[in-house]
Design a binder for this molecule. Structure first.
Ligand code: ADP
Ligand code: MG
Length: 729
């Protein structure tokens, strides 16, 4: 019987791209047609309801019960007009994916015709009976359930036949059980702190938002080939597999023409994104074979995070329809690049000013430098927390693997701004003499060009780079929810900016310095104390590791090591001070992440052990038997007549025997190691056991399996090979 690998390959040969779905109108005409956006609001809501939503979104005001009922009625009418029959509260629990539970609008009426009902209370709050989502011990399952509550700042949308309402997910006692709640709290904190600072320069500013533009990398693998790999099915990555002769070394995939089957998938994806109001803009091949990237135009951070979560879900569904599987794992294949998710972000005022873009005069540039230098200082003080926010079992494979930034957090700002900071540092501090003031105004701050792009975007090896008018965080994993990093960034920035404001005000109140002088002096001090975080060189080099060690920058290579930073006294205090996470919430989240890490490694270890016993060893033995038969037959026919008869086969038999012995023994050790780790109660110690004792055995086993793959007849090999996974189009 031909095994599943050959059946899969036969299927792939027959594949044709699905038909391109070309819209009959311009994409701009369908943009947002399935979103309850301001056009729909105007059309379907009463005057009162419309202003209720507006006030909630723009001014953070509460919505009254009566207005909520009216909004719900309008939203239902709009959704029904789009073909929706059900509604769901759509939320982002700490599993990392999105969750939904659908209810029908349909409601029978006693003695009358059934109706479509959707009330204000159904819109605003719901109990999803979500007792099996991770809560880190906050919400005892027998005690109380969590509930979801409407987030009016992210518009509702219709997917298929369901009205989806973005919500937060919290426990009855008010603790966050999701990714969105702390994100919204952190965005509010940064809004308050940044607005207070920006008022030094412009009193008309009333709000500051963060903008986020993510770039999502992913692999597309044929569905049949994927299904022939137990490791891909269960863990999202390949645990074994010999590198193909051709990988990415020719660089012929990067920005090459997009294969037609992938193109048909992207085409439909973009079409659906447009209807959902996700402004997708860029698509191209990535470095590795069958790897691609998708990027939208940036949006307000909360919406951008929702859109990223939504798009990952949509990509998974549409990929299956196109007979693909999409892989978001950070390292699905050894020997070719893994996938990341760059997070580009900036701060922008309600008057439309990007606070991370230099301006046309010295005053605007002092404002720019204020925010720019505060960011650097915040990253310097909380580099370990940033590293923790991007930590996951998947990302551990990618960081520092010569294809992604190292696990050391540093900031790249380009040679021009480096020189500006040096000049600022060299000016004398304290009260500024007229000569120094002129120098500062004309030759340092006044000189910064409005457009810095050409000076900045050269270093791709930095985890945290300034790219002209925004920062780009390149160390985020492709499978991550951006909310984790963005929550941390907003919290540390809010904390920093509030401290900065206190320092400036104290200095001015003392009467010693004028405000601009105070700002300059404090920024100069920040430059002096955060120099160590700045690095312009090659982040992939071993020299940087050495230099970073000298600078006492941490290089946490594993998730359990990185996550410790979340529980330091200073971090707990900071999250509390900014009302983003309480100590209980922080500890719960930390525990969930550690458990998730351990569970991931547990599943990988067990999958590998199963593959060894069910697939690899039986295959190796079959081939070995064939060789033994052959040697026996040779000697029966030729006896001593043929010199060295069967010698090569004997060498091969020996090799295979050795590999079987080592693989069996190491698999036994692996099972022992994970059984031991599984029994550890403390989440930190358990994660460390998986990282230090279980994970290293993977590589030893793999090495021998990959050499078996080279030595065993191709016809017998049971799981799809790298060249098949990566080069079928
Ligand atoms: P690349 O990183 O490939 O050079 P770009 O510089 O064009 O690409 O931008 C990448 C991402 O940065 C896009 O998602 C874009 O929307 C986002 N972006 C551009 N400007 C800003 C900004 N001011 N704030 C936040 N994101 C931005
Ligand atoms: Mg980028």
């Amino acid at each position: 019987m031909a095994h599943i690998r050959f059946k899969a390959l036969e299927e792939v040969i027959k594949r044709r791209p699905l038909e391109l779905r070309l819209p009959e109108c311009k994409l701009s005409e369908i943009f947002g047609e399935n979103v309850f956006n301001s056009d729909a609001l105007r059309q379907f809501l009463t005057e009162d309801a419309f202003h209720g939503v507006r006030d909630a979104v723009v001014h953070n005001k509460k919505i009254s019960r009566r207005v909520a009922d009216s909004i719900a009625a309008g939203m239902r009418d709009w959704a029904v007009s789009k073909g929706a029959t059900h509604y769901t509260h759509w939320f982002q629990p700490l599993t990392g994916a999105s969750a939904e539970k659908h209810d029908a609008f349909f409601e029978p009426m006693a003695g009358g015709k059934p109706i479509e009902r959707f009330s204000g209370s159904m819109l605003v709050q719901q109990e999803p009976d979500a007792s099996s989502f991770p809560s880190g011990g906050i919400r005892n399952t027998f005690e109380a359930r969590g509930y979801t509550a409407w987030d009016p700042t992210s518009p509702a949308f219709v997917m298929g036949s369901t009205l989806c309402i973005p919500t937060v997910f919290i426990s009855y006692t008010g603790e966050a059980l999701d990714n969105k709640t702390p994100l919204l709290r952190a965005l509010q904190a940064v809004d308050e702190a940044a607005t207070a600072v920006v008022q030094y320069f412009d009193r008309s500013v009333k709000r500051v938002n963060m903008n986020l533009g993510w770039e999502q990398e992913y692999f597309l693998i044929d569905k049949a080939l994927f299904d022939a790999r137990p490791d891909l099915i269960l863990t999202g990555r390949t645990l074994i597999g010999h590198a193909p002769a051709k990988g990415q070394q020719l660089g012929d995939h990067y920005f090459g023409s997009i294969p037609s089957r992938a193109m048909a998938f992207m085409n439909e994806l973009e079409f659906e994104c447009m209807r959902l109001g996700i402004p997708v803009k860029t698509r191209h091949n990535e470095v590795a074979p069958n790897q691609f990237e998708l990027a939208p135009i940036f949006e307000e951070a909360n919406l951008a995070v929702d859109h990223n979560t939504l798009i990952m879900d949509l990509m998974d569904k549409l990929a299956r329809k196109h007979n693909f599987r999409v892989l978001f794992h950070e390292k699905p294949f050894a020997s070719v690049n893994g996938s990341g998710k760059h997070n580009n972000w900036s701060l922008v005022t309600d008057t439309g000013v990007n606070l991370l873009a230099p301006g046309s005069n010295p005053k605007k540039n002092l404002r720019f430098l204020t925010f720019f230098i505060n960011v650097i200082k915040a990253v310097c003080d909380h580099a370990d927390l940033i590293r923790a926010s991007i930590a996951s079992a998947g990302n551990d494979h990618r960081l520092g693997a010569d294809e992604a930034p190292p696990a050391i957090i540093s900031v790249y700002i380009g040679s021009y701004l480096s020189a500006v900071l040096r000049e600022l540092e060299d000016l004398p501090g304290g009260r500024l003499s007229p000569a120094v003031k002129t120098e500062l105004k004309l030759n340092v701050v006044g000189k910064i060009p409005e457009i810095l792009l050409d000076n900045t975007d050269r270093n791709r090896t930095s985890p945290f780079a300034f790219t002209g008018s925004k920062f780009e965080v390149r160390a985020v994993g492709a499978a991550a929810n951006c909310a984790e990093l963005i929550t941390v960034l907003n919290t540390i920035l809010a904390d920093r900016l509030a401290a900065f404001k206190r320092e400036v005000d104290t200095s001015v109140a003392g009467g010693k310095l004028k405000r601009d002088e105070a700002i300059f002096n404090i920024l100069r001090n920040y430059i002096l104390t955060s120099k160590d975080i700045l690095f312009e060189g090659d982040g992939y080099s071993s020299d940087w590791e050495k230099l970073a060690r000298k600078r006492r920058l941490n290089n946490f290579r594993t998730t359990p090591a990185a996550l410790k930073a979340e529980l330091s006294a200073g971090v707990i205090e900071m999250f509390k001070r900014n009302a983003v996470l309480s100590e209980v919430e922080l500890r719960a989240r930390n525990e969930i992440k550690l458990r998730k890490y351990s569970m991931t490694l547990q599943i990988e270890a067990q999958t590998l052990a199963d593959m060894v016993r069910n697939h690899i060893i039986p295959t190796a033995i079959s081939y070995q038997n064939r060789l033994i038969e052959n040697v026996r037959a040779l000697s029966a026919v030729y006896g001593d007549a043929l010199k060295d008869s069967g010698a090569a086969q004997r060498v091969l038999i020996q090799k295979i025997s050795n590999a079987i012995a080592v693989v069996s023994q190491k698999t036994g050790e692996l099972v022992q190691a994970y059984t031991r780790a599984q029994g550890i109660a403390d989440p930190q110690k358990q994660a460390e056991a998986y990282s230090d004792e279980v994970k290293p055995i993977f590589d030893e086993i793999r090495e021998h399996i990959d050499s078996l793959e080279m030595n065993v007849d191709d016809e017998l090999w049971p799981v799809t090979k790298y060249r098949e996974l990566l080069f079928t189009k």
